[in-house]
Ligand binder design. Structure first.
Ligand code: FAD
Length: 293
């Protein structure tokens, strides 16, 4: 199935076949999933689903929920931090409002010695997201950024994050971007990824190596080995429900691994992005249709 067909899949079917990517509707569901991951030797990062909101009251609810997450992590003694999309806190509606909500969240996390990862969204917001990260890092110290290897600007942004001594998640990037701003060729993206990874690690940044691509895992292991890095300098990161076999291989190989655990009722946007990337999705859809569901 091509990625373009995903919007045509009926919503209930999207929900059904994407359920493995999402912990559930509630924070309790997410806490259960994180507990299981922790007992399997993995850490987690919790994401409250919701993005591109249309009303600032939704941002207010999102911040309250995120603070509940920080408190639940603390109360339950979980090995987990938090991932947040600035568009869920109103970035596209009111930048200053969003920034103040992020300050609130960073302060709440700092009180519990926790960490906020600022997810990276589409190219309209790359600059403002990195700027906000820089300001929050200077004020609170407990935030990290994300770089997308498909972006042409990524090597420049890596230079700036190196200068800041930032904690960086490196991923390929998931949004549909034009050739003007992003590389489209798979091999080029992988080479850009490996180059940025080596630069960031060589220059002392902690890197969350976010990928399910076996080749990049191999590249990363080679770089970690070449640089003689210990486990405190990096972690692998993977999405809930994706490439569990590779995940086990990485953990058994002695590497730290964090799983991205989304939960909540606003599951549609996240789910369709995951379905677009799932190479076996055509089979799932076909089977579901044949069963008449
Ligand atoms: C922890 C984490 C955080 C992320 N944060 C961001 C972010 O902030 N911003 C952003 O733009 N992107 C983010 N991403 C998404 C990322 O950019 C990629 O779109 C996604 O990870 C797929 O890229 P890949 O490196 O796994 O390589 P790919 O080449 O896309 O995939 C490698 C292999 O993984 C398997 N696979 C990948 N996706 C699926 C799937 N959905 N279902 C089943 N199998 C699959 C397939 O076997 C595939 O061949 C994040 C990814 C991870 C792991």
């Amino acid at each position: 199935m091509t990625a373009g067909i995903v919007p045509l899949v009926p919503k209930p079917l999207v929900r059904k076949i994407s359920s493995r990517y999402i912990a559930g509707n509630s924070l309790d569901d997410a806490v259960r999933v994180v507990r299981d991951l922790n007992s399997g030797g993995m850490s987690a990062t919790l994401d409250v689903l919701g993005e591109y909101i249309t009303d600032l009251s939704q941002a207010e609810s999102a911040v309250r929920e995120y603070i509940r997450v920080v408190e639940a992590i603390h109360r339950n003694g979980l090995d987990a931090n938090v991932s947040v999309k600035l568009s869920s806190l109103g970035l596209l509606l009111d930048e200053e409002y969003c920034f103040q909500r992020m300050r609130e969240l960073a302060a709440a996390a700092k009180k519990r010695s926790n960490f906020i990862r600022i997810d990276m969204e589409d190219s309209r917001v790359t600059t403002v997201t990195l700027d906000m990260h820089g300001k929050l890092l200077a004020e609170f110290g407990n935030v990290g950024a994300v770089l997308q290897a498909y972006m042409r600007r990524t090597q420049d942004d890596a230079g700036e994050l190196i200068r800041l001594g930032a904690n960086v998640r490196l991923c390929k990037g998931i949004y549909v971007e034009s050739l003007e701003v992003a590389w489209h060729d798979h091999d080029t993206i992988n080479r850009n990824y490996a180059r940025a990874l080596r630069r960031l690690l060589e220059r002392g940044c902690f890197v969350g190596i976010a990928t399910h691509d076996e080749r990049l895992v191999w590249e990363a292991e080679a770089i970690i080995d070449d640089l003689g890095l210990d486990r405190s300098k990096y972690e692998f990161q993977m999405l809930l429900g994706v490439a569990n076999e590779l995940r086990d291989v990485i953990v058994k190989g002695g590497h730290p691994l964090r799983v991205y655990v989304p939960y909540g009722r606003n599951w549609y946007g996240y789910s369709t992005r995951r379905l677009r990337e799932n190479p076996t999705m055509a089979g799932h859809v076909l089977r579901a249709f044949l069963k008449g569901k």
